[in-house]
Ligand binder design. Sequence first.
Ligand code: ADP
Length: 251
Amino acid sequence: MVRFMNVTKRYGALTVLDDLSLDVAEGEMVTIIGPSGSGKTTVLRMLMTLETINGGVIYVDGKPLTHMPKNGVLVPADAKYLRRARSSIGMCFQHFNLFPHMTALQNCMEGPVQVLGLSKREARERSEELLEMVGMIDKKDQHPSRLSGGQQQRVAIARALAMRPKVMLFDEVTSALDPEVIGEVTNVIRRLVSEHNLTMLMVTHQMGFARDISDRICFFYGGKIEEQGPPDDLFGNPRRDRTKQFLSAVK
Ligand code: ADP
């Protein structure tokens, strides 16, 4: 479903992703861990097509995301192609970025109506179903400022899902939350993993949560995958020294 093929990303002289190759299968939940600055968030930003890449190609569902076919060869994608490609990716950030002047329901309906062209009735039905799923249907008419951080994040997850993305990205979705509301957000993600066959890529510092719900953990170091494997192997029996050092520091 997601393929990074020899992807390089540089900011000036700084190489942030270094010839990175990474495949995520349909329905797989992959978590990226690693020290600050190792390129974790950049991987997600590349998938959101927020940045251009300096080398390699990224594919989503078999189609190039960063490039478009032209006369039999792949050329860098133009803005129109990127806009369409981007709609197959859903993203939740550390800061929820809900539209402040819209209610929870309106936040969820906006993309389906404006970008996908759904009727208001269809968008409302879809959004209400998702708000129900994240336990926020009772608050659907509230504006974000009246909701707690955990509640806003659950609305943000429903809003991303309302676009029926092929891939969902979660970037540190619990790190701006008060400890007592982290569980309500991780439980929603847990349900997505167990009940929906969504392909997901997550960056988190919550190692226990990552170990519980991921199919695979990728440990990043210096813009490369230093080590990867099933959670019990990577956390229980890390092989590389850098992985061992990182895990003992975050415990
Ligand atoms: P992580 O998520 O692992 O903490 P990031 O992917 O955010 O790391 O960043 C990787 C590196 O890229 C860091 O050294 C960061 O300073 C650098 N970086 C990220 N965004 C930019 C930018 N827009 N301009 C210059 N450097 C950047």
